[in-house]
Design a protein around this ligand. Structure first.
Ligand SMILES: Cc1cc2nc3c(=O)[nH]c(=O)nc-3n(C[C@H](O)[C@H](O)[C@H](O)COP(=O)(O)OP(=O)(O)OC[C@H]3O[C@@H](n4cnc5c(N)ncnc54)[C@H](O)[C@@H]3O)c2cc1C
Length: 411
């Protein structure tokens, strides 16, 4: 039976919202009522409703452990491409040779790759299917507005009125819940955009990811299943706009100049997409009976492919905090419960956000002095196996106070 007086209402059915709903349902069972509202659930993503998101994401080892634990990895595994090694270069656009400064072998534990590349749609479909299977109450509607007197009273766009002890904003970077709760953000735009495309190529990539640092920003080649790769190509916003508008042949020439011919002939498959890049962190991850997760709480530069992985860390921490509180009979929306979540996640997020910001500033420029300094630094890291191992475990999400789900433990 559908209930409109809930323990938790989640706004947003992207990666963050769906994962949280499943984890809460699995951790607390049907006695704890959770509903998730998202207007796009009605458009049946499973039937490939346009516009089809052809983006793929690097899912790091900790996030993969979470997906395994909630039971959705099995479906994705056959199509997931492990990243078996990674090469980092630093050169100018016209350079004939791209000297390699850093290489990573891909395992965090023997036989456990540090990350997999997976198409977003595949994972989202698996999450929706699992949410149905475990009985999450999915509503194809937006959370329109809400008040707090003293619990949450929310109105959905389909006219339903809902009360809840906690409202979770998983409604993405332009979160209307965050704004309505009066939570400001601090951050900045990079004046850069990422052109995202998939390409088919004649030769095997052998699971190798490549990050080419060019003066306009990183050009990443990330291996997909088969002879295909996902490209995340950073340019200044002005240059990206010009390149996006090019006819196919001219676009191809620009692409080939950066991709080179190591993998043989290349062909763009699917549509070109362009994302303006910025960095922000919410000034608070919580407010009275509200918690922010995922892009609603933070957006970072995709230079290290960590945005979604950070959102999943929020979800794992919030799910653990709520489950612990509910098992003790405590209120999941109480201030001290939410404060525990905020303490767990906000500092870590700021540290990762600033690290990716620093990386982008260090690499996206034309200074020869900086280029020399960073190349010496990269060369040093490459020669110190202990440091390299620490870097790779950090990037895989396995360092620090890691929530249970990301360690592969059930709640
Ligand atoms: C170019 C690029 C490459 C990237 N690559 C990677 C990568 O390799 N690895 C990685 O970890 N991350 C990557 N990221 C980041 C990652 O894509 C995002 O962090 C992630 O998709 C955010 O998920 P989310 O669930 O928080 O938000 P979203 O995916 O934005 O989901 C928000 C949902 O909320 C819904 N919604 C909005 N308003 C309402 C409302 N009022 N009521 C109800 N529902 C609402 C929307 O319909 C949407 O479904 C990349 C980002 C970019 C731009």
């Amino acid at each position: 039976m559908t209930r409109n007086d809930l323990d938790v209402l989640i706004a947003g059915g992207g990666f963050a919202g769906l994962t949280l709903a499943i984890a809460l349902r699995q951790g607390l069972g049907s006695a704890f009522s959770v509903a998730l509202a998202d207007p796009t659930l009605g458009t049946s993503r499973a039937q490939d409703a346009p516009p089809h998101d052809e983006r793929a994401s690097a899912i790091v080892a900790a996030a993969r452990r979470l997906f395994e634990t909630i039971g959705i990895w099995e479906k994705a595994a056959a199509e997931a491409q492990p990243i078996l090694d990674m090469v980092v270069t630093d050169s100018k656009l016209g350079d004939a040779l791209r000297p390699t400064f850093l290489t990573f072998a891909g395992d965090v534990e023997p036989g456990e790759p540090f990350a997999h590349m997976v198409e977003n749609k595949l994972l989202l479909d698996a999450l929706v299917a699992k949410a149905h299977e475990v009985g999450v109450d999915l509503r194809a509607a937006a959370v329109k507005d809400f008040s707090r007197d003293p619990t949450i009273r929310a109105n959905l766009s389909d006219g339903t009125a809902i009360t809840a002890r906690l409202l979770v904003a998983a409604d993405g970077a332009r979160s209307s819940i965050r704004s309505a709760a009066g939570i400001a953000t601090h951050g900045w735009s990079y004046g850069q955009s990422a052109i995202v495309i998939n390409v088919a190529h004649a030769r095997d990539h052998h699971g190798r990811a490549e990050e080419h640092f060019l003066p306009a920003g990183p050009f990443a080649i990330l291996p997909l299943k088969g002879r295909r790769s996902s490209i995340v190509w950073t340019e200044t916003a002005v240059a990206a706009e010009r390149i996006m508008a090019l006819p196919d042949a001219a676009f191809h020439a620009e692409l080939e100049q950066r991709f080179k011919l190591n993998l043989g002939d290349i062909k763009v498959i699917g549509a070109r997409r362009c994302h303006p890049l910025g960095f922000f962190v919410a000034r608070s991850f919580v407010a009275d009976r509200i918690a922010l997760v995922g892009d609603a709480a933070h957006v970072i530069h995709p230079i290290a492919g960590q945005g979604l992985n950070m959102g999943l860390k929020d979800v794992a921490a919030l799910a653990e905090v709520i489950v612990d509180a509910a098992r003790l009979g405590l209120d999941p929306g109480a201030a001290d419960t939410l404060e525990r979540y905020q303490r767990w996640r906000r500092f870590d997020t700021m540290a990762m956000g600033l690290a990716t910001d620093g990386l982008n500033r260090l690499f996206s420029n034309r200074s020869d002095v900086l280029r020399f300094a960073r190349d010496v630094g990269l060369g040093l890291v490459d020669r110190l196996p202990g440091l390299k191992r620490l870097f790779i475990r950090e990037a895989a999400g396995l360092v620090g106070d890691v929530p249970k789900l990301l360690r592969g433990e059930t709640l």
